[in-house]
Design a protein around this ligand. Sequence first.
Ligand code: ADP
Length: 484
Amino acid sequence: MSERPLRILFALTEAAPLAKVGGLADVAGSLPQALLRRGHDVRLIMPRYASIPAEQYPILGNGLAVPIMGRQEPASLRQATLNGGVPVYLVDNAMYFQRQQVYGEPDDLERFTFFSQSVLEALKQVGWQPDIVHGHDWHVGLVIALMAWGRATGSPSSLCGTVFTIHNLAYQGWFDGLYASRAGLTPLLPSSPPLGSLMALGIYHADVVSTVSPTYAREILTPQYGEGLDPLLRSRQERLHGIINGLDYSLFDPASDARIPAGYDASTIERKALNKAALQKRMKLAQSLGTPLLGMVGRLAGQKGLDILPQAVEPLLAAGKVQIVLLGSGEPQFRPPLEALSARYPDRVANVFAFDLEIAQWIYAGADMFLMPSRYEPCGLGQLIAMRYGTIPVVRRTGGLADSVPDAGPDLGQGTGFAFDEYTPGALQGALERAVAAYAQPKAWHGLQRRAMAADYSWEASAAQYERMYRTALSLARPGAQVP
Ligand code: ADP
């Protein structure tokens, strides 16, 4: 088959800089550009949330009538363009998307059922026939199922390959039988296996399934990481791929990052200390350049290791060996143990419970070490950004962290960080003690920093793997395949 350029539609619910909750937005804001550079025609479709100003984006066409819960709901389609020239279709409907937040609304299931239905209507309206529809995470699992259904029933706009990428298996969009029948999902459900979530629908119906690192692709086949979907995933194992995320190095470059106090690169790494001093000052920590400063940026969620963190760092704080800056927003139950630490060590621990892209960059640039003690981590972007900024990751060896942070080893002569296996405070503390000991050896530490900054997690290699996966999906896309 000749390697012709592909027309690829990304269906998803966040894309930086239009709307960002987590790593999915970073992927959506950068992988399409990398595919565009490879010559493909890539477009995105996502909801227009209240935070995306409507006036800036012109309406396309005549408006959509979207089937939802047995009625037709009107929506309009707007067009935006991402950095680098990737077109984005924004589905505009006030009832479902004029909300304070992207996720976490009581009717999320219906909101994203609506969005998924609107994707098929939008495709008809824009008159652009993709070769590949690439859905991301549970919110658009239904898009994949509807494409399979359309293909089986001879709908011309469904004649394309489908790829479904799992960015986080823990969030699945569960529904019950009543919802399935009200939302018209019943025809999409096979008699066996029983499927009870939109995530499962996407996994079941896609021509190819992928996730965001090779290790996570293996882990999710096990009950420990499979979130109840491991039997379904094992049944589709031969179609499951693991491709690590890249980073947009034009956005995450300490030499040109306008958000940080002092720019630097590997040859001027000593300027990193200016960022550390500025961060300590801003966070009201003791102005001590010699004390290793640990940074953490992430969602406050069970996945991120916040239950083992306080116990692991307490002895190091008590001994005055480290300072910590934590930036996070999310589930409030994780705050009190962190607040207790900052109350106990006010000049050594600073917590910022907010979503703040500027403070995040100050931490990536100003911290010495970056903490990601995750219980599981499909890919993780924080460690990739940290390495780019010469900030040494301390990670649990799981998922994408295992794939991207090789351990420094006993003589510190290799690797880019410190990794531990067991999900316990003791194991995390052990990795931190090793990192603190390494920090005290400037030559070895600079070696680690140089290797971390030189590690290449740009999108080029991963985009080539996505391209191969799309061609596999196309070759597997047969009329009627996988539809009950
Ligand atoms: P996840 O997708 O599970 O949230 P990732 O590590 O893949 O985790 O991606 C998280 C992204 O969101 C990173 O770019 C990180 O810097 C950013 N981020 C997470 N929490 C915050 C926050 N409170 N403020 C600013 N940026 C954040």
